[in-house]
Design a protein around this ligand. Structure first.
Ligand SMILES: NC(=O)c1ccc[n+]([C@@H]2O[C@H](COP(=O)([O-])OP(=O)(O)OC[C@H]3O[C@@H](n4cnc5c(N)ncnc54)[C@H](O)[C@@H]3O)[C@@H](O)[C@H]2O)c1
Ligand SMILES: [Zn+2]
Length: 355
């Protein structure tokens, strides 16, 4: 069973366990991590309905799961407050902890509830989507949306444990699995080596939900993210590399109202756009061949108004510094660099993403 220990300069520590069947070992893993007191089990209601036996049996140890019908539209502070109310009703005290089982939305909200409840209690993240296992589960960024934009409020609060059970991913719709795989491919381009080779070999099997194909990909992506966040807990430097493909990706999501593309689809198109700016990159064709295998269910045709909105969104992107748009590019596979991009570069990247 691979356990990845992440030690932060601040003294906090997160252990990540990646193993088919890890969910059933949750009580032992929590006890082993020194978590005691009364726990509160916050759970994405959809996951609860799809995995009732597994989650209800955890109730013996954690109390009945508190199911929350969350969604991106309801990723708001009132939902965090409702979670905190449920924790008080359960009698979770200062010596207790929160366990969060769900996709990125539930994970971000429950992590924020854990950061705020009684001014902060420990928490355990059990991400149940591929995207959350390889991204949202680890790193301590918690958050909620405001009407002006996504994740505009939040706190850094590192989970004590991250438990990734690839068996949970069997019930994910195929489109959600592909969305997570786009982030895995992003990691493979940042990392190269074994993760890249596994992606090239096993991408379609992983998309089909085969746990043997998925587990090593999750592990590779988590190892990369663990290394990066350990070196940059509060997002001052290297974490920016995790935004590979996201400058164009975020712009495509914003320009289409966050409903047309899944996040991973936007990232996959963003990776195509990014590669168009990597002039002289060796293995660019190899990278492009892999990126183009990511299945995109949404049509990539945007009208001229949406294209203009995407260009404007790139200029507004939070990585804008002194007039320039900051892109993460690849010097080669495994070697990301930050570069200022001109308006012309942005247009070129967008055209390549939508070609
Ligand atoms: N904190 C971070 O560092 C970080 C990183 C990346 C993304 N995020 C956040 O994550 C969110 C996106 O996460 P997501 O893609 O997991 O979306 P999500 O949480 O909305 O989950 C997608 C859908 O899958 C369902 N679902 C969850 N687990 C399932 C399972 N095992 N089987 C079947 N269905 C299941 C959910 O109910 C939902 O309908 C965004 O809000 C984003 O801001 C946070
Ligand atoms: Zn992403």
């Amino acid at each position: 069973m691979p356990t990845i220990e992440v030690r932060f300069a601040s003294g906090t520590r997160t252990d990540c366990v990646i193993e088919p069947g890890a969910l059933q070992r949750l009580p032992a893993l929590c006890a082993g991590a020194g978590l005691g007191g009364t726990p509160g089990l916050l759970c994405d209601a959809r996951v609860l309905s799809l995995h009732p036996d597994a989650l209800l049996s955890l109730g013996e140890h954690f109390g009945d799961p508190i199911g929350r019908a969350v969604s991106e539209a309801r990723k708001t502070l009132p939902e965090v407050e409702a979670m905190c109310e449920a924790l008080t009703a359960r009698g979770v005290g200062r010596d207790g902890y929160v366990v969060a089982i769900g996709g990125g939305v539930l994970t971000d909200l429950a992590g924020l509830a854990a950061a705020l409840y009684l001014r902060g209690v420990p928490w355990v993240s059990v991400p149940s989507t591929l995207l959350a296992q390889v991204d949202a589960g680890l790193g301590g960024k918690t958050g909620a949306n405001l009407s002006a934009g996504k994740n505009l409020i939040g706190a850094f609060h590192q989970p004590r444990l991250v438990i990734c059970d690839p068996l949970l991913l069997a019930t994910l719709p195929s489109r959600e699995r592909w969305s997570g795989l786009a982030e895995v491919v992003k990691c493979a381009l940042l990392e190269g080596g074994d993760l890249l080779q596994r992606c090239e070999r096993d991408l379609e099997q992983a998309a089909a939900g085969e746990a043997e194909a998925l587990a090593p990909l999750v592990e590779g992506a988590v190892r990369l993210k663990a290394r990066i966040v350990a070196a940059d807990e509060r997002e001052g430097g290297q974490r920016a590399f995790l935004n590979l493909g996201h400058t164009v990706g975020h712009a495509l999501e914003a320009a289409t109202g966050y409903t047309h593309f899944s996040h991973g689809e936007a990232v996959a198109l963003g990776l195509r756009g990014m590669l168009a700016l990597c002039d002289g990159m060796p293995e660019r064709d190899r990278a492009l061949r892999l990126v183009e295998r990511i299945r995109i269910a949404a049509g990539s045709g945007l009208d001229s108004g949406q294209r203009e909105a995407a260009l404007q969104a790139m200029r507004r992107d939070k990585k804008v510094r002194r007039g320039g748009v900051r892109f993460v590019l690849l010097e080669r596979i495994g070697t990301p660099v930050l570069r200022e991009a001109s308006a012309e570069d942005c247009a070129r990247a967008l055209a390549a993403a939508l070609a």
